[in-house]
Design a protein around this ligand. Sequence first.
Ligand code: FES
Length: 117
Amino acid sequence: MNWVKAVSQERFPEGARDVMKLGDREILLIHERGKIYAVDNVCPHMGQRLEEAEMTDDGFIVCPRHRSTFDLLTGEVKAWAPWPPGVGRVLGLFSKAKPLPVLDTRVEEGAIWVAVE
Ligand code: FES
C-alpha cells in the first residue's frame, strides 16, 4: 500500500469536497464532521458520479440517481437502489448490491494522505 499526498490540510477545511485522479480511479475526498473520507467517485449501482451526493447525519452518502446509500467509512451498502419507489427497487434487483470502495486516509505533516493499493 502506498500513501499519496492528496491536498494540503490548509486547503481542505471542514465541509470541503474534492475530486482527484489516482491512477485510473477517480476519488472523492470529503471533509465532514471532523473526518476525512476517500471513496470512489462512481456509484457501484449504475455509475453515477457522487461528488454532488448528499450525506446523512449518520455518515452515509446517498447516490443522487437511485438513492443507494453507503457507509462512508466502510463502504457498506445501507440501501440499494430504492428510488424511484417501485421502479428503483426493480432496477436494484438486476444487479447485486456492491459496496462503495473506500480508501484509508490520514492527516500528517500538514497534508491529507490517501492510501492506494
Ligand atoms: S446509480 Fe447510484 S443508485 Fe443507481
